[in-house]
Structures are given as structure tokens and as C-alpha cells.
Design a binder for this molecule. Structure first.
Ligand code: MN
Length: 443
């Protein structure tokens, strides 16, 4: 079955192996931030630990496409993800798995958990996927949550009021803890599925399994009732306690700003299993990988939604500067006047946290923000092409949203060219045979 190690091995040429010892406090984060745009970052020696650290595995679109063996590019990626979300396929449960090679008493001080930013409340696990089942066993959920290390056996877990929160609350109402399997070091398809917009009731393991062509195998935990990928690097078996809350935070959110300190539940770790010589995986908060993983599933939703109202959609980009969450650029094949504005509304419907969206024609590359700005400069008129939605529900991540009301103003920029004016006045000027000339003259 494909796992994290196989995946990293495929990208030897773009893995940067740092051989010098690196401190887990800030130094590692600084190195990851410097390198993750171009490389998978492999820290061989983290001071005080025997385990290597890997980061940035899913920091580029191309690597995510490779993880799903996609050859056709973005369009194929969105349709594969959409298809997997609607047709998840049940994972097989294996009796044995590499993650069971070593089984030991919990000691979180042996994991090279990094401290990232200056005001972060402590060391945090950030690439940890948490799997849990409802008490009746009918619903399984798998999602990524930041975990703050409290001591050798306990973690504070940030539970936004979504699916895992709902399972925990249901258990708490009966006075019971919620069993969880926390996996660290998994194949990118599992990370992608765990951060995708699957509805409550769909197991993200099954979404991952569909994405992996039926190759994801799970194993049952030893100390708790939960399942983990059979070839994860490390699994922390634990339970979210019903009745303990601690201060969690501050911590750097996808926005790159500090999230506040909140009272959050505690996970007690009961057992740790891992592969021999495990690799610890992490994700730099607010980095490329974090924003890409958070956003790309919602790009697929925007893509589906916009395709419902205009005949042709080129690309969707939840931009890095927009935190992979708040700003989108969508390109469409405009056929009638008004298509751009309909696309704006569909984009907002596809991703309710979206704040600003720019709609452009197909000749604009949605990943090239200079081109997007050029389209705004040459095709957009504020009085005619701007859509303003006052007092809509905003993203809780956006620090400019009033925490009292949760309301925001959304803007849609229709930067498609008007169809009642001559096409040639909006066309990009081209230098004939430019590439060829440059090759000939500059080599
Ligand atoms: Mn879910």
C-alpha cells in the first residue's frame, strides 16, 4: 500500500536533506519556511531527538496531483476529488500493519514536536489526523487538528465546532470519553481527504481509499476503539476526556496571525505504536502546505458550483496571499453578458467562507497574480463590475470580521471583458515567435 515513505522516495530530487542539527524551537520552522516553496524538507537531526522530521510534503499542487497519479492537471484533480467525496469506498481492515512494529507506553517527550512562532503557546503537532467513531459505531470521522503538548501523556486539542466536535459532544452527554487514533506520517491522499469538505457521516478514510484506488488499509488500535492507516509512521491511541478543559494557544492560524487562547478539551494518550525508525511529519502553520491543504478541497467545491451556472470553467485558485481560504480567482469562458456576476455568486455559494473573488476570462492564468491584476486594470470598472454583499456571514479566521456579529462584507470583481466592446481592444499583444527568438539569441 502506498505510504509516506514511498511518496517521499519518489521525490528524491526535490527533497532537501538538512544534515546539521536543528533546534525544534523556531530554527526548524525557519528552515522549513525558507525551503518549502521548492523542496520537501527532511531534517535528519533535531536537537534532543532521535527521530527525523519531514515537512512540506504537500506544499505544491504538482505533488498533490502526483499523489493521486493525476496526469491531466487541475481539472482532473477537481473531478477526482469530487467523485471520491460522492462515492467513498470502504477501507479494508488488516490484521497487521507496519505501524504495529513497535508498541510502547506513551511518552510524548520522545516526539520531535516543533515550536513554530514567537508567541505560540508551546510545541504543537500539526500534521496529526484524528480518527474517531460515534459511540454506536455508525459514524466515523477523520480530520486534522492542531495538538498542543501538555506533558508526557496529554495533549490539548483544538476542536472547531465541526464533525469531531460533534462526536465528542455526543460522547460527553453520556459522560463518556471519545476514543481517538491520532496518526502522524501518512500518505498525502490521506491528508488531503482529512482536510476535504466531506459531509458528516462520510468517513474521510473511505474518501482517501477511493482516491488511492482501494489501496488504503486500516488497523484496529490496541488500547482504544479506533482505526489508523496500517502504514502510518506513528499512531497515538488516546481518548478525548469528557470533563477536562485547559487553555489552548495562542497559536498561529492559517491567516498567519495569532489565534486566541481558548478553553479546549484534553486528550489522554494511552498507547503509542510506530514503525521501526519512524519519521515524524509536520506542517508549518500558515505556510504553503497548510494553506494548500486547507483550500484545495474548497477549490473543487467552487469549481463544481461555478460549473453549474456558466458553461466553461478554467481554473480556480484560493490564493496564498488570501490564506488559501479568503480570496479566490476563477476563470470562465464567458458567453453572455452577466456570466461573470453569476460566477461570482456561485463561487460564494461553493465556499461560504470566501470573502473576495475575482472572475477572469480564460486567457488569464489564475495562478499568475500579475495577470489577474492586469485583468482588473484593463477589463474592470468599479461601478459596473463590482458585486457588494453587505452583512454576510464571514469566516471566523478573518480578524477583521466583527467577533460580536460574525458579519462581513463580500466583494466580487467581475474582471471579464465586456462583450459589447470590440474584442481586439482587450487582447494581449503578442510578440510573434518570441520563445523561438529568445532561444536563438540568448541560448
Ligand atoms: Mn468529516
Amino acid at each position: 500500500m502506498p505510504d509516506l515513505r514511498d511518496f517521499i522516495a519518489e521525490f528524491k530530487g526535490e527533497t532537501y536533506r538538512v544534515k546539521k542539527p536543528v533546534s525544534p524551537r523556531f530554527e526548524a520552522a525557519a528552515v522549513i519556511r525558507r525551503l518549502e516553496k521548492r523542496f520537501i524538507v527532511y531534517l535528519e537531526k533535531v536537537k534532543g531527538f532521535s527521530m527525523p522530521v519531514v515537512a512540506g510534503v504537500c506544499a505544491t499542487r504538482r505533488r498533490l496531483f502526483e499523489a493521486l497519479k493525476i496526469r491531466g492537471g487541475t481539472w482532473e484533480f477537481y473531478s477526482r476529488l469530487t467523485e471520491a467525496l460522492t462515492n467513498p469506498s470502504k477501507c479494508k481492515v488488516a490484521g497487521e500493519g507496519l505501524v504495529k512494529e513497535v508498541s510502547e507506553k506513551p511518552d510524548l517527550s520522545r516526539l520531535p514536536v516543533l515550536t513554530f512562532y514567537g508567541r505560540d503557546g508551546g510545541p504543537y503537532l500539526t500534521a496529526s489526523i484524528i480518527a474517531a467513531r460515534s459511540l454506536n459505531g455508525e459514524v466515523e470521522n477523520v480530520s486534522i487538528h492542531r495538538l498542543m503538548v501538555l506533558d508526557r501523556r496529554r495533549l490539548a486539542v483544538r476542536l472547531v465546532p465541526r464533525h469531531l466536535y460533534r462526536l465528542w459532544r455526543e460522547a460527553r452527554e453520556k459522560g463518556k470519553p471519545l476514543d481517538v487514533a491520532i496518526s502522524v506520517g501518512v500518505h498525502p491522499a490521506v491528508l488531503l481527504a482529512a482536510s476535504s469538505p466531506a459531509p458528516f457521516g462520510t468517513s474521510e478514510y473511505d474518501v482517501a481509499n477511493r482516491l488511492m484506488g482501494g489501496k488504503l488499509k486500516l488497523v484496529e488500535c490496541e488500547a482504544v476503539e479506533a482505526y489508523a492507516p496500517a502504514e502510518a509512521e506513528i499512531v497515538l491511541e488516546g481518548r478525548i476526556l469528557p470533563d477536562v478543559e485547559v487553555d489552548e494557544g495562542p497559536f498561529t492560524d492559517a491567516t498567519g496571525t495569532y489565534d486566541l487562547v481558548r478553553r479546549q478539551p484534553v486528550i489522554e494518550v494511552l498507547r503509542v505504536t510506530h514503525r521501526r525508525n519512524p519519521v515524524y511529519q509536520t506542517i508549518l502553520p500558515a505556510g504553503l502546505e497548510h494553506r494548500l491543504l486547507m483550500g484545495i478541497g474548497y477549490e473543487a467545491k467552487i469549481w463544481s458550483s461555478v460549473r453549474g451556472v456558466v458553461p466553461e470553467v478554467g481554473g480556480v485558485n484560493l490564493t496564498f496571499g488570501g490564506c488559501g481560504w479568503l480570496h479566490a480567482v476563477v476563470s470562465i469562458g464567458k458567453q453572455r453578458e452577466g456570466d461573470g456576476k453569476n460566477a461570482v455568486m456561485a463561487a460564494f455559494a461553493g465556499h461560504p467562507s470566501l470573502k473576495h473573488v475575482v472572475v477572469v476570462d480564460l486567457d488569464i492564468d489564475v495562478y499568475n497574480l500579475e495577470e489577474v491584476e492586469w485583468a482588473l486594470a484593463t477589463r474592470f470598472q468599479g461601478d459596473r463590475d463590482l458585486v457588494v454583499l453587505r452583512e454576510a456571514r464571514g469566516s471566523s479566521l478573518d480578524p477583521s470580521v466583527s467577533p460580536r456579529t460574525g458579519l462581513t462584507t463580500k466583494l466580487g470583481f467581475d474582471a471579464t471583458r465586456p462583450l459589447n466592446l470590440p474584442e481586439e481592444s482587450f487582447r494581449k499583444a503578442e510578440i510573434p515567435e518570441a520563445e523561438k527568438a529568445c532561444r536563438k539569441i540568448l541560448g
